[in-house]
Design a protein around this ligand. Structure first.
Ligand code: NAI
Ligand code: MG
Length: 491
């Protein structure tokens, strides 16, 4: 605790402003020792299990199921029955009621979910509290609103549900990705089998409790935990009509190959290597905040992270100076501390990948900067990092690092910025910082990216479609566009 200086005749003030921790209590979360698989509204025993941990402390949080192909089959069967026995023919206004309930319960239990998300995934509590949870609830609210208006959304096209949706999600935004996937599927009258990522199953398992509270009919949503094998079993299952996947480009490609010719619908939301482009006429301090948010938000475990900074040469030096100074103020540590800016790296595997890529950056000749910061001894951590003197050919400028690592490059003219920004196999997002509205519009037209942010970064809203070009995948989530993958328009 900070000491209070009571000497002299002035009002007592703290003697120094050393940091005092502000941890959020874990008591709000009641973990079970063991979780089964949520199938047909019941918990079923998995044949195999594994332990899920907290990446900040490496402590075991719970034992969860590793669903086998047979378990996946039970889940798909339950989803098929629920689809046929009422859910798909329920009036949209009735489906909406369940979804509004789910949204409200998420809001009511937001604190519990936020703490659990930070515990299991390592992200700062202020992010799970202020971003993941409000947005997850907002997605259910938003899509609940469409459930009885599909005929108006797609006039004269007779929208119908697709059937059973198999949904595979990653570990960077576990509950939010669940909401992105489940909300539009239910709004359109589909049933769901969802597989959370292996390192972050707990909020999806807690969500089953929300489904029961909302009295959603059994089998409409089924949750099967497990690793890639479980995901593959879901992709391969004959009874699944649509696959929605968010994750790595490699797995996305494998899924696309596997489904070719099967007639199953597919959407893929894969990686990115976004350009965050800063022109010399921008509000520089605001841009620095946007750059920091763009790459250090969620430890950089963000598919649309602004991982390549393009600075116009005329402001390169002041920009990099400001950036380094700002970096020193980032607080790295306990995800449950309300002041933490950068939490734990999600897994040992991800940490290794980051370390390997950072090593390649050094070896190829880039200059590395990391602010002085003391990292906790247990758990998985990586200091916020900036690379300058980066060539476009370096791996750190080409490959998705998915960690708190920024590569700084430069440009002189808008044309050069566009050419360099588009020089990537990905095309998920981009940022543009300039005072000129006309330049923003021109850049947005030239950039091959699904989302272009102007004078802001990492802004999300359920009404706005999100998705990629090129190796970032195809299909859109969010907005009206996000309904289409869950509908068929035949007859
Ligand atoms: P991943 O693509 O292996 O995992 C994503 C999800 O796919 C998980 O639920 C996983 O269990 C599942 N999965 C894995 N193999 C599968 C298969 N053969 N069939 C069906 N489902 C399968 O990603 P991973 O290994 O966790 O991370 C590797 C890299 O991928 C990261 O370093 C990052 O660069 C990128 N990534 C990108 C994400 C994004 O949001 N675009 C999210 C997660 C990872
Ligand atoms: Mg993988």
């Amino acid at each position: 605790m900070t000491e209070i200086d009571r000497s002299g005749d002035h009002t007592p003030v703290p003697a120094d402003w050393t940091y005092a921790p502000a941890p959020e209590s874990r008591d709000v979360v009641k973990l079970r020792e063991r979780y089964g698989l949520f199938v047909g509204g019941k918990w079923i025993e998995p044949s195999e299990t594994y332990e899920t941990i907290s990446p900040a402390t490496e402590e075991t949080l719970a034992v969860v199921g590793q669903a086998s192909a047979a378990d996946v089959d039970s889940a798909v069967t339950a989803a098929r029955e629920a689809f046929a026995n009422g859910w798909s023919s329920l009036p949209g206004s009735e489906r909406a009621k369940y979804m509004f309930r789910i949204a409200r319960i998420l809001q009511e239990r937001a604190r519990e979910f936020a703490v659990l998300e930070s515990l299991n995934g390592g992200k700062p509590i202020k992010e799970s509290r202020d971003v993941d949870l409000p947005l997850a609830a907002a997605h259910f609210f938003y899509y609940a609103g469409w459930a009885d208006k599909l005929e108006y959304a797609f006039p004269n096209r007779r929208p119908k549900p697709v059937g059973v949706a198999g949904q595979i999600i990653p570990w960077n935004f576990p509950l939010l990705m669940l909401a992105w996937k489940i909300a539009p599927a239910l709004a359109c009258g589909n049933t769901v089998v969802l597989k959370p990522a292996e390192t972050t199953p707990l909020t999806a398992l807690l969500f089953c409790d929300v489904l029961r509270q909302a009295e959603l009919p059994a089998g409409v949503v089924n949750i099967v935990t497990g690793d890639g094998r479980t995901g593959a079993a879901l992709v391969e299952h004959e009874g699944v009509d649509k696959i929605a996947f968010t994750g790595s480009t490699d797995v996305g490609k494998a899924i696309q190959r596997r489904l070719a010719g099967s007639g199953k619908k597919l959407t893929l939301e894969l990686g990115g290597k976004a350009a965050n482009i800063v022109f010399d006429d921008c509000a520089l301090d605001q841009a620095v905040e946007g750059i920091i948010n763009g790459i250090y938000f969620n430890q950089g475990h963000v598919c649309c992270a602004g991982s390549r900074l393009f600075a116009q040469e005329s402001i390169y030096e002041p920009l990099v100076d400001k950036l380094k100074r700002r970096l020193e103020t980032l607080r790295v540590g306990d995800p449950l501390d309300k002041n933490t800016d950068v939490g734990a790296i999600n897994s040992a595997m991800q940490l290794e990948k980051i370390q390997e890529l950072v090593e390649s950056g050094r070896a190829e000749g880039a200059d590395i900067y990391q602010p002085p910061c003391r990292l906790p001894e247990k758990g998985y951590w990586f200091a916020p990092t900036v690379f300058t003197n980066v060539a476009q050919s370096y791996r750190i400028a080409q490959e998705e690092i998915f960690g708190p690592v920024l590569s700084v490059l430069t440009f002189r003219t808008p044309d050069e910025a566009v050419e360099k920004a588009n020089n990537t196999p990905y095309g998920l997002s981009a940022g543009v910082w300039t005072e000129k509205g006309s330049r923003i519009l021109w850049m947005a037209q030239q950039l091959r990216a699904g989302v272009v942010w102007a004078n802001t970064y990492n802004r999300f809203d359920p009404t706005s479609p999100f998705g990629g070009y090129k190796e970032s995948g195809f299909g859109r989530e969010g907005g009206l566009h996000g309904l289409e993958p869950y509908l068929r328009f035949d007859e």
